[in-house]
Design a protein around this ligand. Structure first.
Ligand SMILES: [Zn+2]
Length: 758
């Protein structure tokens, strides 16, 4: 580097060195634009359609409206031919790319010669013959200029793509019609004559075999591009991705193969990606979500040489035919997200879109983005709707067979290995259950009910003497969650397991414990779509209710616990309240239920409800027997709410924290003190078996009802515990109204002896 000393003291002028690297890959920063008025000559015969209110949506004014909008924005070079405009000002405008008629050979790269000849023959047909064809065919009209316009549209797409591939322009937009993506190799359909984009893709592959081998066609028209899918269904080098309204196959073009399970065939398997919306109404949130989750990862992995967008603007807000809500900013963002692919080599080719205002605004936003103007901001709350999330999840499952970047890898009931898979939260709970067996000799309790057992194995564990005359703490909690935000320093992820502290403490202090994990998701086998959504609030509440009643009836009420304390953590609290509502014995004067403790975050507060008219007495009981820690920002504390927390909701304590784990940590001592006080205040009405006597007893299994197969007894080890590595399963039959199995609470059951209440 040369340093030139300046004449005045202390000032140095540095001369920058020449660039060390090759120039930027684009000879210019131009965006190309294809538009030719002659494409407007393909029009509906005015003799066929006399009613001005019933104009065919594929209106010749569409392309003019778009061109006019871009030109009005000052973005178009006026002259197609002259190069004499001021170079600086022209760089801020789109360069006009000449369009031309596509050749027969080019058309026949996609279409049959018969199809070409059919369209060619339209030039010489009489109005009567054209009218007859109009009535005979689906969603299409012809006139004597149709052939000419269609050749120009295909030629425009070809020239736009060629200019991009050759580097004459950085990227391009082709404002062309008639559209193409519904046209099949053998016939026109859905307003489409020749399939412009596939023709252009094939021409580029043929003309530039070295530099344009792999192409992606991204079709955001609201309709499925059946013609494009069929043209490349077995082609490994053309990746077709379509986002479209599907509605179970009822939306145009109405072929079942627009569904997400159609992923290509032969060498093209995995090169076809359908993102079929269940309904209309999708907007920026849904499209951007699909781009983030599916389109961009797959396109990046495919790593194409050219991106072609089949850009229908009929998913735009204001388009009555599409009924969707994509804004101009939404289209700009989708364009922008694709512009980093293929070194920015992108051609945008018009397909559908029928609201003249919507398509012009959308196309202008896309053009501005192509010209490197940053996209406008999107709305703040971009939350995709549930139906879209479900669709995208299903697409990810289907595509995970073909793309490394796509998860989950497809595993479902139809997969041979399905039966040997285990969900992560089950693995975690099993691990916890084994841990509890090792540390506290806790044993899984058998849950026998057809609808419960599947998901509840290992989910209910108890200390070995839970049936005895001792205080019992019953904990209901959510499954262990993986915290998905790793520690920023260590990078570790932590399981939420605060309640385990409570288990350990309770056992050390002479409580028996039943620990109930309420699993979060339904089994995959119950889900026909093979996508498991997080269970809803109602589903979880209902499941906890079933489980709470079950455990009460089978494992608490029939036995001898002197005092029972319920601890409900998170949404499990609802199940406890339901249990107290449905079992009057829980809240009467002789009840063994001594206290209800809960940690409440996102759930609404509940009162104990009774069919009988003792609501005041129940509210009194609940208030004196409860300790309910409620998150700091819970709705019930809102001063604008108008009414204060009421007695019937139990004794509420406002926590300083909002997260359950923080609350569990903060109030641990308070809960422990409460439990100890209650325990010490207990006056045994007769039997004075002391707590200490029981501690060293060997593990035992409860007596088995007759007729039930024993799983094998577990011999005590020398330290008095069972084999801690394999927790034995305590074995009961439990009342099942449907099977009528002998119940431990049935008269004559050995478990019922000595049980005085009832
Ligand atoms: Zn369309």
């Amino acid at each position: 580097m040369d340093i030139i000393p300046a004449t005045s003291a202390r000032v140095e002028v540095r001369v920058p060195p020449p660039p060390r690297f090759k120039p930027l890959p684009y000879p210019s920063s131009r965006t190309g634009l294809v538009y030719d008025d002659r494409m407007r000559f393909h029009a509906e015969d005015e003799n066929i359609n006399i009613n001005p209110d019933d104009i065919h949506p594929e209106d010749p004014r569409r392309i003019y409206a778009i061109f006019h909008e871009i030109r009005e924005a000052g973005l178009v070079r006026e002259s197609v031919d002259s190069d004499d405009e001021d170079a600086v000002s022209s760089d801020n405008k789109c360069w006009r790319i000449h369009t031309r008629h596509a050749t027969k050979a080019e058309i026949c790269l996609i279409h049959t010669p018969e199809h070409y000849l059919f369209v060619e023959a339209l030039q010489n047909k009489t109005p009567l013959e054209l009218q007859a064809l109009y009535r005979e065919m689906d969603s299409i009209y012809f006139n004597n200029s149709t052939f000419d316009s269609a050749l120009l549209a295909a030629g425009g797409a070809i020239e736009a793509c060629r200019a991009v591939v050759m580097g004459h322009v950085r990227n391009a937009i082709a404002i062309i019609r008639p559209p193409g993506h519904h046209a099949e190799s053998t016939e026109p359909s859905g307003f489409c004559i020749f399939n412009n984009v596939p023709i252009a893709a094939r021409v580029c592959q043929n003309d530039f075999p070295e530099t344009c081998r792999k192409i992606i066609i991204l079709d955001w028209d609201v309709h499925h591009g059946n013609g494009i899918q069929h043209a490349f269904y077995d082609d490994p080098n053309v990746l077709y991705i379509s986002l479209h309204v599907f509605k179970g196959g009822s939306f145009y073009p109405g072929n079942p193969d627009a569904d997400l399970t159609y992923c290509g065939e032969g060498p093209g398997l995995g090169r076809n990606v359908n993102i079929p919306w269940d309904d209309h109404g999708m907007g920026d949130a849904e499209y951007i979500y699909a781009f983030q989750q599916v389109v961009i990862p797959i396109v990046s992995e495919f790593d194409p040489d050219l991106v072609i967008i089949s850009a229908g603007f009929d998913a735009a807000e204001g388009d009555a035919l599409g009924g969707c809500e994509v804004t101009p900013a939404g289209y700009a963002h989708m364009t922008h997200m694709l512009m980093r692919i293929a070194q920015g080599k992108m051609a945008v080719c018009l397909e559908g879109g029928y609201n003249l205002r919507s398509i012009s605004r959308s196309a202008l936003a896309v053009t501005r983005t192509l010209m490197l103007q940053p996209p406008d901001r999107l709305a703040v709350d971009l939350n995709p709707n549930e139906s879209a999330v479900r669709t995208v999840e299903q697409v990810k499952r289907a595509q995970s067979n073909f793309w490394k970047c796509m998860y989950p890898k497809h595993i479902g009931p139809a997969t041979p290995a399905f039966s040997s898979t285990t969900r992560l939260h089950e693995v975690l709970r099993k691990f916890q259950s084994l841990n509890m067996a090792q540390e506290y000799c806790m044993t899984p309790l058998q849950i026998i009910r057809d609808d419960l057992r599947e998901t509840f194995e290992h989910n209910v564990v108890a200390t070995r003497n839970f049936m005895d005359r001792r205080p019992l703490l019953v904990i209901f909690h959510d499954p262990p969650n993986l915290t998905l935000s790793p520690d920023p320093v260590t990078g570790k992820t932590e399981l939420h397991n605060m309640w385990l502290d409570y288990v350990g403490w309770a056992i050390k202090n002479g409580f028996e414990v039943i620990d109930v994990n309420v699993p979060k998701v339904e089994p995959i086998v119950d889900d026909d779509g093979e996508y498991v959504h997080a269970d809803t609030y109602e589903e979880r509440a209902d499941k906890t209710k079933q489980l709470a009643s079950y455990i009460w009836e089978n494992y608490i009420e029939p036995h001898e616990a002197t005092q029972v304390f319920f601890l409900g953590i998170g949404s499990a609290y609802i199940g406890l309240i339901d249990l107290l509502s449905n079992n009057e014995a829980c809240t009467d004067d002789n009840s063994v239920v001594e206290g209800v403790i809960a940690f409440i975050a996102d759930t609404s507060l509940q009162s104990i409800k009774r069919a009988t008219d003792d609501s005041i007495a129940v509210a009194d009981w609940y208030y004196t027997h409860s300790k309910l820690f409620v998150q700091n920002n819970h709705l019930c504390w809102d001063p604008n709410r108008g009414r204060k927390p009421r007695k019937k909701w139990g004794k509420l304590i406002r926590s300083e924290h909002t997260a359950i784990d923080d609350m569990l940590a903060q109030h641990k001592e308070e809960v422990q003190q409460y439990l100890l006080e209650k325990k010490e205040a207990y006056v045994d009405p007769g039997d004075d078996t002391s707590v200490e006597e029981n501690i060293q007893q060997p593990l035992r299994s409860p007596p088995l009802p007759t007729g039930f197969r024993s799983p094998g007894s577990v011999p005590p080890t020398k330290n008095g515990h069972g084999d801690a590595r394999m927790p034995p399963m305590a074995f009961f039959t439990v009342p099942n109204s449907r099977t009528g199995t002998l119940s431990p609470t049935a008269p004559g059951s050995p478990l019922r002896q000595g049980f005085g209440r009832g």
